[in-house]
Design a binder for this molecule. Structure first.
Ligand code: 5GP
Ligand code: MN
Length: 352
């Protein structure tokens, strides 16, 4: 028999108990996550879904809008309801819920169009998340910004609850997927040695980690690959004096390559491979608005940039924002912002 390693109790033990009690004593349970769900959002939601379902409880997942095709291989992904497709049915489900989980988001606003329904619902609300600055509209809050993914937090919750032996392969796959995607395949924000203890425990559940990597990162369409080439060669600006790079795509660019949801996932990371570049921005036009993604290295806090200029936020080295206006206006604001942050960028490069 394999001796289970000791893993720090990151979640307060009484909170673990309270969450288990809530699950066992609630009739209808609904799991929600943030707008434009990513691998961690879907992975953590599905892991929790399987756990609750296996306890014989009534549970469903509702996400604000659709999620990318390369996450659909996960067991249970077809059971996920998309709020945007039928808002009145979604509203009713949230109003009738006894318990609502908010996974991988820190404030209700991040649930997009579902926000008001969650707010109005009388259900008990539990947030489990790893973004800084949690909101207060929840009854139980597990907010651990030092943990690299919400999926890892879900694993820790299961482990602390003493149910490692009961974790199923489907749960382990979803958790691994979330941990992998939120750390770029364990290439950033993943220096905590316990991450690798956890991976080892997941592999013992017979998951095929290489197949999971391939399902997510080697499963793109040809158009997506060509769009990446186009973006890097035609829509990239590099500002060496500011250690920054910018990628941008108009609506027209995207339709030329038959853009489909998730196609630009990960684009923003590429410019960080240029020597000396520590801040990368990707600006993408959407219907009537503009979506921004930021990535940084070292101590440069891209979430401050996101919040100061683009109504956004997120992690120190990975953040995002939105802008209600044209691509041209967003590009102008970005340029001004970059000028203002120039000294901070230079200082961050000089460190260590
Ligand atoms: P991505 O660039 O992958 O869409 O998002 C990176 C990170 O930034 C995620 O952790 C996400 O939670 C956060 N983020 C993305 N968009 C927004 C936004 O519009 N507002 C806030 N507050 N955070 C965002
Ligand atoms: Mn996450």
């Amino acid at each position: 028999m394999y001796n289970l390693p000791e893993i720090s109790e990151v979640i307060e033990p009484q909170i673990v108990e309270q969450i288990i009690d809530q699950i066992d004593n609630s009739g209808k349970i609904v799991i929600t996550t943030h707008i434009s769900p990513d691998g961690d959002a879907i992975g953590s939601s599905l892991a929790m879904y399987h756990f609750i379902k296996n306890r014989g409880k009534n549970v469903m997942i509702i996400v604000p809008n659709s999620f990318p095709y390369f996450l659909k291989w996960m067991a249970g992904a077809n059971d996920i309801e998309i709020f945007e497709y039928n808002p009145s049915a979604g509203h009713q489900i949230l109003m009738n819920a006894d318990l609502i989980f908010s996974l991988d988001y820190n404030i209700l606003k991040r649930a997009g169009s579902m926000c008001t329904s969650i707010e109005e619902s009388k259900a008990t609300k539990i947030m489990i998340d790893h973004h800084p600055s949690p909101g207060e509209d929840f009854d139980i809050i597990v907010s651990k910004p030092q943990i690299s993914s919400t999926s890892e937090l879900i694993f820790r919750f299961f482990y602390q609850a003493g149910r490692y032996n009961e974790i199923t392969k489907a749960e382990a796959e979803s958790i691994y997927c979330g941990m992998m995607t939120d750390t770029g395949g364990f290439t950033y924000n993943s220096a905590d040695p316990e991450i690798y203890e956890i991976i080892s425990l997941l592999i013992r559940k017979d998951i095929d980690k290489d197949a999971i990597y391939s399902n997510v990162f080697n499963n793109y369409s040809e158009e997506r690959f060509r769009l990446l080439g186009f973006t890097l060669s035609q829509r990239m600006e590099v500002y060496h004096d500011k250690h920054s790079a910018l990628l941008y795509l108009s609506n027209e660019d995207q339709s030329q390559f038959r853009f489909s949801k998730g196609d630009t996932e990960g684009f923003v990371n590429h410019p960080l491979s240029i020597k000396g570049i520590i801040f990368s921005t990707f600006i993408r036009e959407e219907e009537g608005m503009v979506k921004l993604s930021f990535r940084s290295q070292k101590s440069f806090r891209c979430n401050e940039f996101a919040s100061e200029f683009f109504n956004g936020g997120g992690h120190v080295n990975a953040s995002g924002g939105e802008f209600q206006g044209s691509l041209e206006e967003a590009l102008k604001i970005y340029s001004k912002g970059l000028e203002k942050y120039k000294e901070r960028l230079i200082a961050a490069v000089k460190e260590d």
